[in-house]
Design a protein around this ligand. Structure first.
Ligand code: PMP
Length: 359
């Protein structure tokens, strides 16, 4: 892994917070230049939060089985994605591989970090194109060994279940990618909790260059708190911890995460309701003549091909209903991505679609 890191990160002397110097409980803290007074409710908001999110990571271990020593918490998983670029990719030199259509932020973070993107599109039915991947990796290796290229592909992103297509990839396929790719394979499992397929976390003991991303923003109903999780080897966790903003996750967010994780039963109930609504929506949408195709989804949204996505998107927006128009994405012509909402939200969408058909 060390040879994949940017040199400045491999040699980094991390910032040491005041709270890193003293471990234990004291009575008087005069070490971090905080204000002695908490004006907003005596909840310790005048104090810096735990930089290592210790309690949250313990709860993730207990509730989700994500091993404590193998987790790092980000300000949403978006922060971790950005930090992976900053750890591994030399700007203007290295590349990352994405499999389009997929989560748009990978490309945006690549652009921000001045990292080249190599697109290896999924097949038109949204499966991993192993022929194209093996072909590209073989060519790249040859060029590098022939001294024709300085940079290399450092990160490969697999989003499973994939956004915007909805399908999860079988674990054997993810394992095959991990075996083929000599860089860091990042499996983004933001929507994993809605799926019934296996998690790439189970592959970690065999693939030390694997990073799995989870989030509390989706199934755990805490998008507002901004809590994302990297699950990886201890070596990768150490690097991600050393280079992140010291206090990247606020105290209120850590507290919300703990509250949420203590209510796993409720989360399961809401998940079941969402999945029930997904089935109902699939059936109802399939009966509409404006719907051409509904793609298989392992997530809490449906990718739906319609007759005219632009027109329907604007029609729904006028009615105050916002869906995501994904028509410009590869193989997603005339596709809308529709999040499964509450029963009444879903009913409002169906009523608007019925009115659209009548108009
Ligand atoms: N990955 C995927 C696939 C997503 O769809 C999203 C959010 N839309 C994220 C990551 C970012 O999630 P977070 O709220 O944890 O930053």
């Amino acid at each position: 892994m060390r040879e994949l890191l940017r040199k400045n990160i491999a040699n980094l002397v991390p910032y040491s917070c005041a709270r890193n110097d003293f471990v234990g409980e004291a009575e008087v803290y005069l070490d971090a230049n905080e204000n002695w007074r908490d004006f907003v409710g005596d909840q310790g908001r005048n104090r810096y939060p735990d930089p290592l999110c210790t309690q949250v990571r313990k709860a993730l271990d207990e509730v989700l089985g994500l091993p404590f020593a193998h987790t790092v918490i980000g300000n949403g998983s978006d922060e971790i994605i950005d930090n992976l670029f900053r750890c591994f990719c030399n700007p203007g030199v290295d590349k990352v591989i994405i499999m389009s259509p997929t989560y748009g932020a990978y490309r945006v973070f690549a652009d921000i970090n001045d990292v080249l993107v190599e697109q290896i599109p999924l097949t038109s039915d949204f499966a991993i194109d192993f022929d194209a991947l093996e072909g590209f990796l073989g060519q790249e290796k040859k060029r590098r060994e022939g001294g024709k290229e300085d940079g290399r592909s450092k990160l490969l992103f697999i989003c499973s279940p994939n956004n915007p297509t909805g399908n999860a990839f079988p674990l054997e396929e993810i394992e095959r990618v991990c075996t083929l790719f000599e860089g860091i394979t990042v499996v983004d499992e933001a929507y994993y909790d809605f799926s019934s397929l296996g998690s790439a976390v189970t592959l970690l003991p065999r693939f030390p260059r694997l990073v799995v991303l989870r989030t509390l923003s989706k199934c755990w109903s805490l998008a507002n708190a901004r809590v994302g999780i990297a699950v990886a080897s201890e070596a990768i966790c150490k690097v991600l911890t050393s280079m992140k903003y010291p206090y990247n996750v606020g105290g209120p967010s850590q507290e919300l995460a703990l509250k949420g994780l203590a209510q796993a039963d409720k989360v399961q109930q809401v998940r079941s309701l969402t999945l029930g609504e997904k089935s109902r929506m699939e059936e109802a949408l399939a009966s509409l003549s404006c719907v051409v195709k509904i793609f298989r989804s392992d997530a809490n949204f449906l990718l739906v091909r319609v007759g005219n996505a632009d027109e329907l998107y604007h029609y729904l927006a006028q009615k105050g209903i916002i869906v995501r128009n994904r028509s410009r994405e590869l193989y997603c012509e005339n596709c809308l991505r529709i999040t499964i909402g509450s029963k009444s939200e879903n009913d409002r969408l169906l009523a608007a679609l019925a009115a659209y058909e009548e108009a």
